[in-house]
Design a protein around this ligand. Structure first.
Ligand code: 13P
Length: 252
């Protein structure tokens, strides 16, 4: 049984109180009014905007997510946010191991794994991000890199019911470039096969594609075998375009 389709918006370091409220309220109104079979939908705003967004999406099928968490429950970690506080704020999901955090903050697979474990312990579903750089792809190492990232970042207790994996080739993020459908299919198969080591529920795992997903290419990317949804950056800041992506999600 394939995973329920899932479209998540990663707002990254964008938005203000007023723009977050307007965007989330616009999407919530579309979701409430929709007669479509909607995918799971999550919005992942910057942490200071979580409260504003949770108010705006109340009573709609849209759920709340965060962009990162610390591995510890609490303590002397200035500037960090714990998975437990995120859960307390109403989050259901938290992105961990995004390539921007791996690059900007030197996060290794073991750090990402510890964060994913904290998310699980706090009752959140981690969206664990993996993906190769352009140099790694050009060197023919994309599959090896992603295999190692999945193996190193996935908690031992991960199941298809409690984690989501996002395949985001770094060179496709914010560039307008996307892999071919065949490459997406091949890399999602690599992710699924790696997850499957020692696990029997790999067919149920949600694997999202991320990297320059827009309303105009969503139907093509979301129709690829093994793609269960999308993790959307730039296009998730525009209600009209993000809604097009939601409408392009597989209906199953
Ligand atoms: P873009 O959709 O802006 O390429 O970003 C993708 C991404 O990094 C989502 O996490």
């Amino acid at each position: 049984m394939a995973a329920m389709p899932f479209i998540a918006g990663n707002w990254k370091m964008n938005g203000t109180l007023s723009s977050a409220k307007a965007l989330a309220a616009d999407l919530a109104a579309r979701a409430r009014a929709s007669t479509l079979k909607l995918p799971r939908i999550a919005l992942c705003p910057p942490a200071p905007l979580l409260a504003e967004v949770t108010t705006a999406i109340a009573g709609s099928p849209i759920t709340l997510g965060a962009q990162d968490c610390h591995a510890k429950e609490k303590g002397a970690h200035t500037g960090d946010v714990s998975a437990w506080l995120l859960a307390n704020m109403g989050c259901k999901f938290v992105i961990v191991g995004h390539s921007e955090r791996r690059a900007d903050h030197g996060e290794t697979d073991s750090v990402v794994k510890a964060k994913a474990e904290a998310a699980l312990a706090a009752g959140l579903t981690p969206i664990i991000c993996v993906g190769e750089t352009e140099a790694e792809r050009n060197a023919g190492k994309a599959a090896d890199v992603v295999r190692a990232q999945v193996a190193g970042s996935l908690p031992g207790q991960a199941t298809a019911a409690n984690v989501v994996i996002a395949y985001e080739p770094v060179w496709a993020i914010g560039t307008g470039r996307t892999p071919t459908p065949d490459d997406v299919k091949a890399m999602h198969a690599v992710v699924r096969q790696t997850y499957a080591q020692g696990r029997a529920d790999s067919a149920d795992l949600a694997i999202l594609y991320g990297g320059s997903v827009k309303g105009s290419n969503a139907a093509t990317l979301l129709a690829v075998q093994g793609v269960d949804g999308a993790l959307v950056g730039g296009a998730s800041l525009d209600a009209v375009d993000f809604w097009k992506i939601i409408e392009a999600a597989p209906k199953r």
